[in-house]
Design a protein around this ligand. Sequence first.
Ligand code: FES
Ligand code: FES
Length: 177
Amino acid sequence: MSSPVRSNGTQSESGDAGGSPRMPLRMTINGTPHQLEIDPRESLLDVLRERLDLTGAKKGCNQGACGACTVLVNGRRINSCLTLAALCHDAQVRTIEGLSAPGDALHPLQAAFIAHDGFQCGFCTAGQIMSGVACLDEGHAGSADEVRFWMSGNICRCGAYPGIVAAIAELGQRKLP
Ligand code: FES
Ligand code: FES
């Protein structure tokens, strides 16, 4: 995709008053290159949410326990609350906002979540779907039991697990020969 480089975050929304250190960060997010100046202590989740307005990934626990902040970095699912943005220099980041191209239909897993009622309040849903996409890519979605095991890092307080598991397992089984 030939998108212009976006520059953002050259001024911190907070923390500059104390003269916190800054560093340049270059990332491609959902196909768009970004150049930022960040505090090296910032998490990837905070950079996505607070600087780039990509608020699909949620801050649930902020300590790696719930999976609500799951995004893909270089194709691998990670908890963005525990990942220093500084470690993502030159990385390819994919968030729920980039799962389907603008104007395109929903990603098949998004459609499956709707079909299977895989959410209630929706707070965990972006993380569930991004983790589910990775789970499918990893080949860990061949059965409901396998999905339950490999999705165990994504917590749903509403208890929408039956629909979540059914949605991912349906796609996993479709991919099976
Ligand atoms: S907010 Fe990152 S794991 Fe809970
Ligand atoms: S749908 Fe509410 S936390 Fe999962």
